[in-house]
Ligand binder design. Sequence first.
Ligand code: PMP
Length: 375
Amino acid sequence: MIYLDNAATTYPKPRDVVEAVSDCILRIGGNPGRGAHAASLRAAEAVYDARCEVADFLGVSDPASIIFTPNATFALNLAISCRVRCGDHILISDREHNAAFRPVVRLMETGIADYSVYSGSGDVLANIRKKETKRTSILICNPVSNVTGNYLPIREIAAYAKARGFYLILDGAQWIGHGAPDRDVVGLADAIAVPGHKALYGMQGSGFLYLKSAEGNAPFLLGGSGSDSANPDMPETLPERYEAGTLSTPAIVSLAAGIRFIRRFGVERISEREARLSNYARESMSRIKGVTLYGNETNGSPVLSFRVKDVPPEETARRLDRAGIAVRAGLHCAPLIHRALGTFPEGTVRASFGIFNTEDDVDALVSALSKQSNI
Ligand code: PMP
């Protein structure tokens, strides 16, 4: 199988990641932070090492600001709901994934906060300004669309959000790991949600939220934290405040192993490779009659959306699957951008590349699409 669904989750995982998980299950064993015996201490140490690895990769000084979560969705829900206050107005881009969009819609439906959508096309700062109100207090932004692979001008957006005093929540799902994290943007963000199982090559069930500070933020999930147990509320300190319940040590260890892997491979090398591959795919596919490409960015993220004339996206994906090529079809959990692209409600077919893909995989996709009868 040629796997071109890396924006959903990367596959295969590096051998180092598989070995780290296996070693964790076989050798570490205990529950991190839940005892003083050797197995629990080994687990706590593994989690702490992973926290340091993530913080160092992101370029933040305090490992305690890294909160482990099962995925990016959990991290976004956490960031939004622990921050929002009654009467807030929230700005979200039209590139948002349902992981950010649905929590915000829910806040509106329950009368807690309202929101406006700013367009990620054209002059984005002007679009934001147009949607601001006196009550705007949170700005949510997905810097890289999981549908088109296009980048938003995130440096400018982050600087503007800070200048206006907005609480800035970034969705790092298609951003962190595709090259070196932009430390200036990270420095401006209040919260960044990141899945471990995509561009960081960890296993499914891994992810984290970078939270600059817990100050003024409500708890999210309540339960055991392994410390401050006489307190009926969650501890004030990070990361304990937001890590209720047993952590998945194997998932966390896999995330750290994934980061070590991409660092060894070279994060700059990854972005060069991804840009080369996505430019090559864009160029090759633009020559296929009847194929329309969406998003027009060169050197973008390795995500490519397209449609074949007169064939529903689901059908194209089915045919490609029969030809041994795994792609995804539909709205990709990001309905707003499809309204902007004019591809709602059928969506698009999405091919997304990872570190293990090559030009040959692109050629196979192009060949399968070209031979309409074969796909
Ligand atoms: N945001 C974006 C932009 C995504 O692409 C995804 C995954 N498709 C998510 C959030 C949700 O990530 P997860 O599956 O880890 O919850």
